[in-house]
Design a protein around this ligand. Structure first.
Ligand code: GDP
Ligand code: IMO
Ligand code: MG
Length: 431
């Protein structure tokens, strides 16, 4: 089995895009299986930065991309991204991109609901305001519109009416302006001819790829701690982010997924609200933000920063099915005299080694931090494990041992090839 599923192992922004781009060199197809344009995946190639939100990250290498049924697709955002990529010399034709017929659509109504819901919450989640949560709500509520609906203008109008009837009752009840139907419909009808050439049977293409021995990379968005079941609910996104959703979100059998590569920084960040036990206020946290460039790709929000949390990473790896780790942003720790790793929690004076589900307990957790020596000099751009400072190599070993999962790759800079490979994530490749 030569496929690889890429899963964010923390709170998102671990560097999944860069890892997928690297894997794409040896892969034939890259498919997105969850989330929408709440994602922001960054690639840096010869100094040129590419920020992808909906397009699979293999596209920059010229590898065909698929968008699975599990993705929440904003057609306007997709077209804007395709245009943006064209201006950078990457031309996304229907030969290069196919979108599942059954992917749920994110519409302007969903953005309006996202904003209104956040305003109404006593404790806002800090969503990306892209409408992703409300679009998934409509999908599960069985009133959503799907990509294939764009091919049937008459029933599209009826479905949109039903959707707006449902939501406008809520808007009116709150004294908010109801959403205009005609404009939304005419906009949808206008963009349908640009979207429809990309529509295809993604499940079938994946099956054909598998049958002919091709390699597929499944590109996850968000991360385990933002998973609607396994994350710190309700401070989560609205999709399943664990490896299982690579199967349900694309139409491939779970037995064909191959290796599951969890991506984690060597420290931790979170954007948006919610518990973050190893968060560091003040100087070390600010330094991590500054050196790591920890600002949201799409929203520009400063990311909260803290030390690597082994308890979180171990638990997330178990529930997400992670069997290999990619550790990213090692160079960001250059210059720290002391580096800390959270190896356990204290809850009301007791030591625990799991993440509690009860919210009040999550707030009372205290991190047990273990100190490691930092290193002199720079790891930036190092591409061989043997060239790492002794202390940096030791840190990687400690993480591997504490999490209990082999490290496959370590990244040392944002550039495409700033990668140390310890063992190939592709099962049919030699280590
Ligand atoms: P994703 O959402 O998981 O794809 O990650 P993002 O693109 O949102 O955030 C990761 C950020 O870290 C991007 O700005 C990357 O260019 C950058 N990055 C990735 N790997 C490294 C690395 O090894 N070192 C440094 N300094 N930056 C990196
Ligand atoms: P990538 O793929 C980091 C966070 C938001 C918010 C919560 C819910 O780049 O790693 P949503 O708009 O999804 O309803 O927001 O989830 N969030 C992310 N944080 N990286 C992401 O994606 C994220 N996608 C959503 O900040 O806390
Ligand atoms: Mg991101």
């Amino acid at each position: 089995m030569s496929n690889v599923v890429v899963v964010g192992a923390q709170w998102g922004d671990e560097g999944k895009g860069k890892i997928v781009d690297w894997l794409a060199e040896e892969a034939d197809i890259v498919v997105r299986y969850n989330g929408g344009h709440n994602a922001g995946h960054t690639l840096v190639v010869n100094g040129q930065t590419y920020k992808l939100a909906l397009l699979p990250s293999g596209i920059v290498r010229g590898k065909p991309g698929l968008i699975g049924n599990g993705v929440a697709l904003d057609p306007e955002a997709l077209l804007a991204e395709i245009d943006r990529m064209a201006s950078l010399g990457i031309h996304v034709t229907p030969q290069m991109l196919q979108i599942a017929e059954t992917a749920t659509l994110v519409l302007p109504v969903h953005r309006a609901i996202d904003a209104a819901q956040e305003r109404l919450r006593t404790r806002p989640i800090g969503t990306t305001l892209r409408g992703i949560g409300p679009a998934y709500e409509d999908k599960v509520g069985r009133r959503g519109l799907r990509v294939c609906d764009l091919a049937e203008p008459e029933s599209l109008a009826q479905k949109l009416d039903a959707l707006l009837d449902y939501h406008n009752a809520w808007f009116r009840g709150l004294g908010l302006e109801p959403l205009p139907r005609d404009r939304m419909l005419s906009d949808l009808l206008k963009i349908a001819p640009r979207i429809l050439p990309y529509m295809g049977r993604v499940w079938e293409q994946l099956d054909n790829a598998r049958a002919s021995g091709k390699r597929t990379v499944f590109e996850g968005s968000q991360a385990v701690m933002l998973d609607v079941d396994w994350g710190s609910y309700p401070y989560v996104t609205s999709s399943s982010t664990v490896a299982a959703s690579a199967a349900s979100g694309t139409g491939i059998a779970p037995s064909h997924l191959g290796r599951i590569l969890g991506v984690s920084k060597v420290y931790a960040t979170r954007v948006g609200e919610g518990p973050f036990t190893s968060e560091v206020d003040g100087t070390p946290g600010d330094l991590l933000r500054q050196r790591g460039g920890e600002y949201g790709v799409n929203t520009g929000r400063p990311r909260r920063c803290g030390w690597l949390d082994i308890v979180q990473l171990r638990q997330s790896s178990k529930v997400a099915g992670i069997d290999l780790l990619a550790l990213t942003k090692l160079d960001v720790l250059d210059g720290f005299d002391s580096i800390y790793v959270c190896t356990g929690y204290e809850l009301d004076g007791n030591h625990i080694d799991y993440m509690p589900s009860i919210q009040a307990e999550q707030q009372r957790l205290r991190p047990v931090l273990v100190r490691f020596d930092g290193w002199d000099g720079s790891t930036r751009g190092i591409r061989s494990f043997d060239a790492l400072p002794r202390e940096a190599a030791a840190l990687i070993e400690v993480i591997q041992q504490e999490v209990g999962i082999p490290v496959s790759m370590v990244t040392t800079g944002p550039e495409r090839d700033d990668v140390i490979v310890l063992r190939s994530p592709f099962a049919d490749r030699a280590a």
